[in-house]
Design a protein around this ligand. Sequence first.
Ligand SMILES: [Zn+2]
Ligand SMILES: [Zn+2]
Length: 295
Amino acid sequence: MKHWLAPLVVALFIAATAAQEAPSLQTLRTDAAKLQPLMQKKTRPAAGDWLAEHPEDGQTFDQYLASRPNRPTAERTTLYIQPIGDFTKAQEPLVKDTAEILRIHFGVPVKVLDALPDAAIPDRARRTHPKWGMKQFLSAYILESVLLPRRPKDAVAVLGLTATDLFPQPSWNFVFGEASLEERVGVWSLARYGDAEKDYATVLRRTLQVATHETGHMFGIEHCTLHECGMNGSNNLAESDHAPMPFCSVCDLKLWWACRLDPAARYTSLADFAKAHGLAKEEAEWRRRAEVLKK
Ligand SMILES: [Zn+2]
Ligand SMILES: [Zn+2]
């Protein structure tokens, strides 16, 4: 009996390995080329837009490969979300929805760590804004003293999420978020995305857009200057509201490669997620890409 068992186990093991095998780079490049005609060229920046103030060259796929970006490995397997400080009842589902889209978008397990209470940020790392009067946390403190010491061994990156406004240093009014790519930790605030109680859909869309954009940076993707794309730099809320959430074919190619993803299956899952969360525009875009790749 015994000698029957061994080949069966080996066969199962091979089947399991084959199912997880990543598509070849050539296959991924072919898929990206199929999507290219659907992409919309980046529009010229208006005064005050990101590219008007920060001239950037962009990053080709080959430059991305050469940069040896952070990517999931056998040891660094998991994306972590660390909620920090108070969330209102209406804001609470944003954390779960963020975890879900990141799992699909990047194809890695996402774990939400136990929320840290407001009191985890000491007086020396917070202030009341001198003119505006709102409570603010010091983003650099969160990176160095909250996220880094708690970074789990298997973390490919840790994303801090807070509903409290952030400031990077005393001379600044505020910052939407801050990250250390080297340390693989980042923090973003939901404080400026609107009222989740009155307009959850808008706050959700902004939250998911920034979560996918910033996690893209965590995987070494630089700002996109080629297409209208989720990786476009943005200087303000109006500019990021104008940018699409989906990444363009070049930025997605980087992700497919970094995270060993199946492009068509991922687009279908993203479209299903968008449908379930009332993101009609995003659903249509991801759905038509899945259709193109299935042809
Ligand atoms: Zn950015
Ligand atoms: Zn792009």
